[in-house]
Design a protein around this ligand. Structure first.
Ligand code: GDP
Length: 462
């Protein structure tokens, strides 16, 4: 997958901006750039320039000055890719950008594939595979929580831990392999007690990481919130009020189902994904509607349910029953339910019995008049704050999750085998499997296909 060509790409977004950045990486990066650049001050070539130096000068192509630019020189191995690199910051005209890229190609570079700079960083041992994947997540992050997960992973996160455990497992695996060589003599080089203790430690760590995916995934993609309730209680009005309240970053992403549109609102750095429950709106009647399949699915995806009712249309007993029903139906996996009594503007007096009969806190609002919407926002935020990330890295990548699950299964099998004193040659394949899956997370074990898959999703220039 690696080659020794020098690659070039525009790293800033396509189109015109105030400035743009073009980078080249590879053995000849500096020499190639020196052919089109002349320093203002020294009028000397940068071909011999040292790493971490910044140069201001003219970009000259076919004896014509194209632009005045800044050029940064990096020398291997102290660069993003681990190779010699230059970064040229020019004015953002698409014409200038194109001229520079073409000139560099003319001087011997080739156009970089998507993610090829990061691929090189990985192949040159600058970062492991899960860190490389985190770079893509970091670029894509649009909320504080998604950003936090990505930056933790990019800085090594759980992959360091995985690698340490894998190394210790490798040590045991080699002793086990050695036992296989001496299988006639019935010797045990690997201390079974220590081995089991290590498997236990790895198993616990893997379980924790697998479990963390649930949270990692929702924080990365937005915490799914379903607004549910009978028709005409004001669900759509509430959603609109929420969207307005935050002057939100609202985006529409096509859902998995045919017609579902999801609104993402970023509130205080946390992305919430409001799940459309249009299915409920169209149906005719009452809480029985909660039974309909589509709504069920939606509510099952949600971490938080906003249950909206019309305060003028519901009796406290009815509400009590509804709450019990909601709790029974949606207690697994754990969901937070926020009760919202809407249309307080139509109410002459707050009925006393609500407070008495229902031990749950109800947020009373008027969606139409946008009253008390901030209370819902406060409640959403406090629910998220109660989630303890514990400063640890969370798993948020499906590829990692799958590898972790498979590694855990293999570890369990090894553990079981040892406990049942099954012969070493039968335990050893599971052990190899475990090492394989652990290694696939950080990239110790990988194939061109896996790499191609990961890096093709990157943008060009990264
Ligand atoms: P949905 O079917 O639950 O989505 O309900 P809608 O949001 O479509 O609202 C149904 C009707 O209730 C509309 O006529 C809204 O204008 C009205 N409505 C929504 N919220 C309020 C409110 O706080 N006060 C009053 N008086 N009417 C409301």
């Amino acid at each position: 997958m690696n080659d020794d060509s020098t690659i070039v790409a525009i790293s800033t977004p396509a189109g015109r901006g105030a400035i743009a950045m073009i980078r080249a990486s590879g053995k000849h990066a500096v020499t190639v750039a020196s052919k089109i650049f002349l320093s203002k001050k020294s009028r000397k070539s940068i071909a011999e320039a040292q790493g971490f130096t910044l140069h201001f000068g003219d970009l000259i192509i076919d004896s014509e000055i194209i632009d005045e630019v800044l050029l940064t020189v990096f020398r291997a191995p102290h660069s993003y890719t681990g190779e010699d690199m230059v970064e040229i910051t020019c004015h953002g005209s698409t014409y200038i950008q194109q001229c520079i890229v073409e000139a560099l190609i003319g001087a011997g570079c080739r156009v970089a594939e998507p993610g090829e700079f990061t691929l090189r960083a990985f192949l040159n041992g600058r970062i492991d595979l899960s860190q490389a994947e985190a770079v893509a997540d970091l670029i894509a992050s649009t909320s504080k929580s998604a950003h936090r997960i990505a930056i933790q992973q990019m800085r090594g996160g759980f992959s360091k831990k995985i690698e340490q455990l894998r190394q210790r497992l490798v040590d045991f695996a080699s002793l086990i392999e050695l036992e296989l060589d001496f299988s006639d003599e019935d010797v045990e080089f690997a201390d079974r007690k220590q081995f089991l203790a290590l498997l236990d430690e790895i198993g616990t760590e893997l379980s924790w990481l697998i479990e963390s995916f649930r949270l990692g995934n929702v924080l990365k993609h937005g915490i799914p919130v379903a607004i549910v309730g009978k028709p005409n209680v004001g669900k759509s009005t509430l959603l609109n009020a929420l969207l307005n309240e935050e002057r939100a970053i609202v985006s529409e992403i096509p859902g998995t189902t045919r017609d579902a549109i999801e609104d993402i609102i970023t509130i205080q750095g946390v992305a919430f994904r409001f799940i459309d429950t249009a299915g409920l709106r169209q149906s005719q009647d009452s809480i029985e509607n909660i039974g309909i399949q589509r709504t069920h699915e939606k509510m099952n995806q949600a971490s938080i349910i906003l249950y909206v009712f019309d305060i003028n249309e519901i009796t406290p007993i009815e509400l009590s029953e509804t709450i019990d029903e909601l709790k029974e139906t949606y207690s697994q996996p754990e969901k937070q339910i926020i009760l919202i009594g809407n249309k307080i503007d139509q109410l002459i007096e707050m009925p006393q019995e609500f407070g008495k009969l229902i031990e749950h806190e109800i947020i009373f609002i008027s969606a139409k008049r946008k009253e008390n919407i901030n209370l819902i926002i406060d409640s959403l935020i406090s629910m998220v704050q109660s989630i303890d990330m514990g400063g640890d890295s969370l798993v948020s990548n499906v590829r990692h999750l799958q590898a972790l699950i498979q590694a855990k299964q293999a570890i369990d099998a090894v553990q079981e085998g040892l406990e049942q004193h099954i012969s070493t040659d039968l335990v050893s394949p599971d052990l190899r499997q475990a090492l394989h899956y652990l290694g696939s997370i950080t990239g110790q074990v990988t194939t061109d296909e896996i790499l191609g898959n990961i890096f093709s999703k990157f943008c060009i220039g990264k």
